[in-house]
Design a protein around this ligand. Structure first.
Ligand SMILES: [Zn+2]
Length: 298
């Protein structure tokens, strides 16, 4: 990959403030892109307004700047891409890859994967087109994903996922008319991003996203999934586990702590600018621990 071809991104969901786990993902994707002299974008995956914190773009932008991140172009918002997502669903419907699912929560209870109740019955192009154009609040739209997906993750190694075991027919439009994360993320990442560096908690959704890209004839990026940070109680850092916002942490020590957890060679930095200069110069993706989880206290 030549420098001009490298486009990386950090794409947090605005369900809570940025925490230490977010910082690791931001740092790894930023260093990897900048070391390759590539572009680095920030995209806020705000397609689920009911679960979003208020003023997320302003908060995230302020936090990332206070940690010294500099991104290319304007802050991107998935909420401004809805026309694009709809056009991709219309394309999938033309390819007879969508069906209407009226299953209730009870219908799906006890099933790890979608059991296929509606697949055959409601795979009707004009009915799906009607559902895409109008809301009924009672049905969702799913995409048929029936082929295995294999890819090589640059950190986690070879992955092979089978639809009957690892994922089923996936929701692309929810009952509440919101586009699913799998669809939005697949469409956006295939739209010019060359390498996705993110947390290993998203490794399992990568196969579905790759399957959607393939159906749409889009070029997939490369993937590198870094280990997910666990707190003292061995829980993933998140809003639900009351992860502390990095806004409330001392910037340089927190950057150095994240750097260490990413397995990078020891560096010293007196200030934020010095940290990033040294970090980008010394970044080595190969040094990131080939684990899916890491202890925060290491
Ligand atoms: Zn169903």
């Amino acid at each position: 990959m030549t420098p001009a071809d490298y486009v990386g991104r950090f794409a947090p969901s605005p369900t809570g403030q940025l925490h230490f786990g977010s910082l690791l993902a931001a740092m790894a994707s930023y260093c990897d892109a900048r070391k390759a002299q590539g572009l680095w974008h920030v995209r806020i995956d705000d397609i689920d307004p009911p679960r979003s914190i208020p003023n997320a773009p302003k908060h995230f932008s302020h936090t990332l700047k206070s940690y010294g991140f500099i991104w290319d172009g304007p802050l991107q918002l998935q909420s401004s891409h809805t026309k694009l997502y709809l056009s991709k669903l219309e394309q999938l419907n033309q390819q007879l890859q969508l069906f209407i699912c009226g299953c209730s929560r009870a219908d799906l209870t006890g099933h790890k994967l979608y059991p296929g109740h509606c697949t055959k019955k409601h795979n009707d192009k004009s009915a799906v087109a009607h559902r895409l154009a109008s809301s009924d609040r009672e049905t969702a739209v799913r995409v048929i994903v029936n082929k295995s997906v294999s890819f090589t993750d640059l950190i986690q190694g070879q992955q092979h996922c089978r639809p009957s075991i690892d994922f089923g027919d996936t929701i692309v439009l929810r009952k509440d008319d919101l586009f699913s994360y799998a669809l939005a993320c697949a469409v956006d990442d295939a739209n010019g991003v060359s390498r996705v560096v993110r947390g290993a908690d998203l490794l399992s959704s990568t196969a579905v996203q790759l399957a959607i890209m393939k159906l749409l004839g889009l070029n997939p990026p490369e993937y590198a999934h870094i280990p997910v940070v666990l707190n003292r109680d061995k829980q993933k850092l998140s809003k639900q586990t009351l992860a502390q916002a990095i806004d409330d942490m001392p910037v340089v020590p927190t950057l150095l702590h994240a750097w260490r957890l990413l397995g990078q060679q020891a560096i010293d930095a007196a200030n934020i600018d010095a940290f990033w200069r040294t970090a980008i110069e010394n970044w080595e993706l190969d040094r990131v621990p080939k684990l899916s989880q890491l202890d925060e206290t290491l």
